[in-house]
Design a protein around this ligand. Structure first.
Ligand code: MOS
Length: 720
């Protein structure tokens, strides 16, 4: 069989700038749009003055309110709709949150649009607002009562409270996690062009299907007249997983002007115009025997949401699965505040949940005099403690063992503050485990073989940097025994497949099984053997022309996906449950004078089933570790209750880890297929890779200082 080049298939195009992202498209006659934004925390718009804006040379249009006939209300992705929130700005006089768009300016140039948007002024009738979990006016609701869906109900196994009370060892702590915003390199942006009755949208999105369905609904047109093209996304991380509220207005003004219109949201506006990771507070109680064997766990979560939507929380889905706990009680509450609706940001619930839960496990290890790795191994389980069914695969113990070996964990002196570097820095070593649910979505795969021997695969999926193109191309090349360069992958395009949401780490597990069954069909139609290398060009010649096949997976779930609605299954699949697993080992160094916290080395070993694309998979884990460093030590969207909204809306003031913060990240994979979960044996990776990183850093900080971090991010003043 031909040797396969494992490298990222789009690496060359990406680093040479040949990759075209949504807003890179510049159609003839394109006009530029910019929003003016609300400057109060909440209230009613009394009047807007657009005179100065309209007087700017080159300004073609200033819209402060769209008519109900031309733009319908939005809809919420987790309420059976398409958008990250139900609230559609520019339809009325409500200001729901600071930074909300109040006018849309369109001009011949970006400079004119920006200047004019700045000149829009408004008078408001301000109203009291609440942004934090404890702010006056914040309203707390019990999730399982407010949204009666089975997967959002509180997880209860046995009587955890009674078991906790009667446990010989009891650990209790409350942990806080700051709100955070995604700051992908590619800003939220679109180019919209009308071609006759069809609107063509170029936008970097993880969910071209929802853009299509949602835009059609808001404009009152047939989805067949909406085309979304999103071949590459310059970072999504959940921020681009649904219809954004700018797209409807953009399509309307483009039609009104008879010109293509382009909008790139400035970084500052993305902090209010897009979803974010909501702030959460977690209370964890662990009961154990004196050897550290778990007897009970309670995990209570309060999570911020908006006033207009209930963004649901599933934080306890993984904390109830990490260990063999005979009694577990979860409780998830949502706190309505005056912000845009929060959403999914990489390992949305799981990373904060693991920070809390895995900190508590570390505390339990100290309380019982156990090594934190040994304690975790002693509480391992082959059965899902919630359902009693087996896991389709679980190699968490092996992740812990291999990670400990690679890290040199055996050298650790457990005494806090006992490890000091020659330069006086205190060294801390911490460990944490992570899990992430394995979900799967339906997919349509279209494969065609051409006379030149090239095979084109068009499938549901979005390339947001994670490497789905590489995973698909390598799968096809390995199967047919053809060069990777002869495989063309088309994703993110509604002309070729429904383009269901790519998120929740289900992209590869969704696309690959469909592609694999497509390959079986393609071999049949090429009259090729069921296995072994295929001379595609010869087979096509023998067939007398190009050969095409189309297959789909999970047909019973396709209807919703074709409508652009979320359609997923998992992580419970009848007889088994599926999760991905990981173990992280972290070294921190706390400098003697400054108390600056550095992370010189991380070892992460993941169980994501079979590794479909080794190079991009390792990159994903390294990227996730960097995110974990950000979560633990850098990222916080600051709130000032006097003003509402978020304060630090630039990359200067919202620091993320830079190269100088990132040192050795050693990545390992178990690489054992999970054939129960799907025929391709692949599980998700992108998010599990981040789960537990912040916890391991916090545990390492405890090891260095003897202080237990209860709030992220950890700052210098917490380790003085
Ligand atoms: Mo992503 S946070 O799974 O959209």
């Amino acid at each position: 069989m031909t040797a396969i080049d494992n490298r990222r298939v789009d690496a060359y195009d990406k680093v040479t700038g040949r990759t075209a992202y949504g807003a890179d498209r510049v159609p003839e006659g394109v006009a530029h749009a910019m929003f003016a934004i609300a400057r109060v925390g909440k209230g009613r718009i009394v009047s807007i003055d657009t005179t100065a804006a309209e007087a700017v040379p080159g300004v073609r249009l200033v819209v402060t309110r769209f008519e109900p006939g031309e733009l319908a209300e939005g809809s919420f992705i987790m309420g059976g709709g398409y958008g990250f929130q139900s609230f559609q700005p520019l339809l009325g006089d409500r200001v729901a949150y600071r930074g909300q768009p109040i006018a849309l300016v369109v001009a011949d140039t970006l400079v004119a649009a920006t200047e004019a948007a700045d000149l829009v002024t408004a008078e408001y009738e301000p109203e009291p607002f609440a942004v934090g979990l404890d702010a006056e006016g914040a309203e707390t609701v019990v999730q399982e009562e407010a949204i009666p869906l089975p997967f959002l109900a509180d997880i209860k196994v046995g009587d955890a409270d009674a078991a906790f009370e009667s446990s010989p060892v009891r650990i209790e702590g409350t942990y806080e996690h700051a709100p955070q915003h995604q700051v992908p390199m590619e800003l939220i942006s679109s180019v919209v062009e009308w071609r006759g009755d069809t609107v063509v949208v170029h936008e970097g999105t993880q969910n071209a299907g929802a853009l299509r369905g949602g835009l059609a609904r808001q404009l009152g047109i047939d989805p067949a007249n909406v085309e979304i093209r999103s071949p590459y996304v310059g970072g999504g991380f959940g921020q681009k997983n649904s219809l954004q509220p700018h797209l409807g207005p953009l399509a309307v003004v483009s039609r009104r002007l008879g010109r293509p219109v382009k909008l790139v949201l400035p970084r500052l506006q993305t902090f209010h115009a897009a979803s974010f990771r909501p702030t959460t507070r977690h209370t964890v109680r662990l009961g154990a025997d004196t050897s550290g064997r778990l007897l009970a766990a309670v995990h209570e979560v309060d999570q911020q949401t908006s006033r207009h939507d209930l963004f649901p929380c599933t934080a306890t889905e993984i904390t109830s699965r990490l260990y063999a706990v005979p009694a577990f009680r979860g409780r998830q509450r949502l706190v309505r505040t005056d912000v845009q609706t929060p959403g999914y940001m990489r390992a949305p619930f799981e990373s904060p949940a693991a920070f809390a839960f895995e900190s508590a496990i570390d505390e339990l290890a100290y309380a019982t005099g156990q090594d934190p790795v040994a304690l975790r191994l002693a509480n391992d389980t082959a059965l899902d403690p919630v359902t009693g069914n087996p896991f389709s695969s679980r190699h968490l113990a092996e992740c812990l063992r291999r990670g400990a070996e690679r890290f040199g964990w055996a050298e650790r002196n457990p005494e806090p503050g006992s490890m000091v570097a020659p330069d006086g820095a205190t060294i801390g070593w911490g460990v944490a485990a992570g899990a992430y649910p394995c979900n799967v979505a339906p997919a349509v795969a279209h494969l065609s073989a051409a006379a030149d021997g090239k095979v084109t695969v068009s499938v549901d999926g979005h390339e947001m940097g994670q490497g789905i193109r590489s995973a698909i191309a390598l799968t096809v090349a390995r199967d047919l025994g053809i060069p990777v360069a002869d495989v063309v992958v088309v994703v993110g395009d509604t002309r070729v497949a429904p383009q269901h949401l790519t998120a929740g780490s289900w992209g590869t597990a969704t696309a690959l099984p469909a592609v694999q069954s497509g390959l079986v069909e393609l071999r049949k139609h090429l009259n090729a053997a069921a296995s072994g290398d295929v001379d595609v060009a010869a087979c096509v010649a023998a067939a007398g022309g190009p050969v095409e096949v189309e297959v789909n997976s999970l047909p019973e779930m396709l209807e919703r996906s074709r409508a652009g609605l979320v359609s997923i299954a998992g992580p419970e699949f009848g007889e088994f449950s599926s999760f991905s697993w990981i173990a992280h080992f972290v070294e921190v160094r706390i400098e003697a004078g400054t108390r600056r916290i550095r992370v010189p080395r991380v070892v992460s070993v993941a169980d994501c089933g079979r590794v479909a694309s080794p190079v991009t998979a390792a990159s994903q884990v390294r990227g996730a570790v960097v995110w974990g460093i950000g979560a633990a030590l850098r990222e916080e969207s600051e709130v000032d209750e006097r003003f509402g909204g978020f304060l630090n809306t630039t990359l200067e003031e919202y620091p993320v880890p830079v190269n100088a913060d990132v040192h050795s990240i050693d990545v390992g994979f178990i690489d054992e297929p999970d054939p129960l979960f799907n025929a391709a044996g692949v599980k998700g990776l992108g998010e599990v890779a981040m789960v537990g990183v912040a916890a391991a850093i916090a545990n390492a900080v405890h090891h260095a200082t003897g202080r237990r971090p209860r709030r992220l991010p950890i700052r210098l003043e917490h380790v003085l």
